[in-house]
Ligand binder design. Structure first.
Ligand SMILES: *[C@@H]1O[C@H](CO)[C@@H](O)[C@H](O)[C@H]1NC(C)=O
Ligand SMILES: *[C@@H]1O[C@H](CO)[C@@H](O)[C@H](O)[C@H]1NC(C)=O
Ligand SMILES: *[C@@H]1O[C@H](CO)[C@@H](O)[C@H](O)[C@H]1NC(C)=O
Ligand SMILES: *[C@@H]1O[C@H](CO)[C@@H](O)[C@H](O)[C@H]1NC(C)=O
Length: 294
């Protein structure tokens, strides 16, 4: 009898564990909860009870989604499997952006290519409506055969782009010496798949082959650790802080091992850096380029 009671109690506890709703920032991975499909007339789909999201593109339209919340600082991880085979002309974008004409933006864009030719990862940072801070990379794997994790860390000290946990780019907060830094405007997460064959692949030389349509990119395991911004109040400032939310990302820095990984990517896979493009800036490189390696 006693044993049966213990068993019953255990079952109750186990069932209860599955029923307790956890904050979305901890669970992650439910697109139904965190995002909404905003365009594409059915070409974007949330599947498997919110665990998978697919975007597709055909001649008539692309598609896209955005987060329901806006954030002032965040660490976003998302796994993406990019459009396979001939993806030339297509762009899969994944970015944070604020509203207005003087917006801030943190961009990942994946530029497709012919079968067997490398995808290009294009990154940019806009502050107060001004970008022109492109860095581009090849990847050290084929991003179309499996899901890989692409992350954006945005905290008061810096913005870091990661691929599978490996930093590929850091944009430091150099506000102290006059470089604007995104810190006042809350941003939403956006993602989309669209046709950009006027510029994306080899500068627009290779066009989208519509006989291959529809093109599809897949997303899963979205994890947003962010300071939700609502009516001028940040969730990171609330008293319900510490117990359930691990906000260590808010002060996360690049340790020496991460610095080495960053250097490895920049030495071996970076193919364009605005900070090295002297001919583009005849009046002189942007300030952040002259201060440190950015
Ligand atoms: C596509 O492949 C070509 C040839 O390898 C390469 O030059 C180019 O950078 C690749 N990516 C894009 C987006 O054009
Ligand atoms: C938190 O609140 C304090 C005081 O109200 C304010 O100075 C600070 O900027 C807030 N921080 C965030 C991240 O909102
Ligand atoms: C909440 O978290 C933020 C960021 O970690 C911290 O600055 C703030 O002091 C915390 N507030 C409380 C009431 O614990
Ligand atoms: C918070 O997260 C960091 C990195 O994600 C981890 O190293 C640390 O152990 C976590 N702390 C707690 C209290 O969970």
């Amino acid at each position: 009898m006693a044993a049966a009671c213990v068993n019953d109690a255990l079952i109750v506890i186990i069932v209860a564990l599955f029923l307790i709703p956890l904050p979305s920032s901890v669970v992650g991975g439910n697109f139904n909860q965190d995002v909404e499909i905003t365009w594409g007339d059915g070409r974007g789909k949330i599947l498997n009870n919110g665990k998978l999201l697919t975007l597709s593109l055909d001649r008539a339209s692309g598609s896209g989604f955005q987060s329901k919340n806006q954030y002032l600082y965040g660490k976003i991880d998302m796994q993406i499997k990019l459009v396979p085979r001939n993806s030339a002309g297509t762009v899969t974008a994944y970015y944070l952006r604020s509203d207005g004409t003087s917006w801030d933006e943190i961009d990942f864009e994946f530029l497709g290519n012919l079968s067997g030719d490398p995808y290009l990862v294009h990154t940019n940072v806009y502050t107060q409506g001004k970008g022109d801070r492109e860095q581009q990379f090849y990847l050290w794997f084929d991003p179309t055969t499996n899901f890989h994790t692409y992350s954006i860390l945005w905290n008061p000290a810096h913005i870091v782009f990661y691929v599978d946990g490996r930093p590929i780019r850091e944009f430091k907060n150099l506000e102290g010496v006059g470089v604007p830094y995104p810190k006042n405007q809350p941003m939403k997460l956006y993602s989309s798949l669209w046709n950009a064959d006027d510029w994306a692949t080899r500068g627009g030389l290779v066009k989208t082959d519509w006989s291959q349509a529809p093109f599809t990119a897949s997303f899963r395991n979205l994890k947003i650790n962010g300071c939700v911004w609502s009516d001028g109040v940040s969730s990171c400032n609330s008293s319900s802080n510490s117990s359930e939310n691990n906000n260590s990302w808010l002060s996360q820095q690049l340790d020496s091992s991460s610095q080495r990984k960053l250097k490895w990517v920049q030495n071996n896979y970076m193919i364009y850096n605005y900070c090295s493009d002297i001919t583009r800036f005849p009046q002189g490189l942007p300030l952040e380029c002259t201060l440190r390696n950015n």
